[in-house]
Design a protein around this ligand. Structure first.
Ligand code: SF4
Length: 202
């Protein structure tokens, strides 16, 4: 069995309904088949969602999108982030997904993982095949050597990993690694995963 099917089987064993998409266009279609115009919809920060065109479609087609990434004041952004914690559908990606069906994520503020853990009625995770790792050790390694160093560069943060390319468990005020969350066996029906047979996000 290939990795993507192995992960699908493991996620479903952990009660996370999983859909396979051959590319980002199909992933976008699958996501929009799972949401409704009347749903309030929030997202975490995610390059994957943008690469799939999901956030742009939410804006263009006038969904009830709680969009914190628009030009708004810090106070307005904070208000939207709080509203997202009780929205109908939360969309996000995952830093890694293990072969045995666990989602591994590290957050800075914690808003993304708070919404995955509790609040929104439905959570949809969209992830490219590059996010698949063997186990939690490899997930941590991927975070420390790929996701975090690339994310700090993208976000213009002043942390050691931005220059040396790996984690040194820094004490920088700009540190983005503040909450490590492992999402494992769920109660059925809340979290779904769309696994995309393409490399997406970092
Ligand atoms: S803890 Fe600091 S050095 Fe390590 S990955 Fe996070 S931001 Fe980079």
């Amino acid at each position: 069995m290939d990795k993507i099917n192995q992960v699908k089987e493991a996620l479903e064993k952990n009660n996370m309904k999983t859909y396979l998409a051959k590319d980002k266009t199909k992933a976008c279609e699958i996501v929009f088949n799972m949401i409704d115009k009347t749903d309030s919809i929030g997202t975490g920060g995610s390059i994957t969602l943008d690469e799939c065109g999901i956030r742009q479609k939410l804006r263009d087609e006038k969904y009830n999108f709680l969009d914190w990434s628009q030009e708004i004041t810090p106070e307005e952004k904070d208000k939207i982030l709080h509203e997202i914690l009780s929205c109908d559908v939360f969309l996000t990606s995952s830093n890694s997904i293990t072969l045995d069906g666990r989602l591994f994520n590290v957050d800075e503020r914690g808003n993304r993982m708070a919404a995955v853990i509790y609040g929104p009625k439905k959570v949809i995770v969209v992830a490219g095949k590059n996010k698949i790792v063997k186990d939690l050790l490899e997930a941590r390694e991927r975070m420390d050597t790929i996701s975090a160093p690339l994310n700090v560069k993208r976000l213009n943060k002043n942390t050691p990993c931005a220059t040396i390319g790996h984690c040194v468990d820094c004490e920088s005020p700009d540190r983005i690694c503040r909450h490590t969350v492992i999402t494992e066996r769920q109660a059925p029906g809340r979290i779904s995963v769309v696994l995309v047979d393409e490399e997406l996000g970092i």
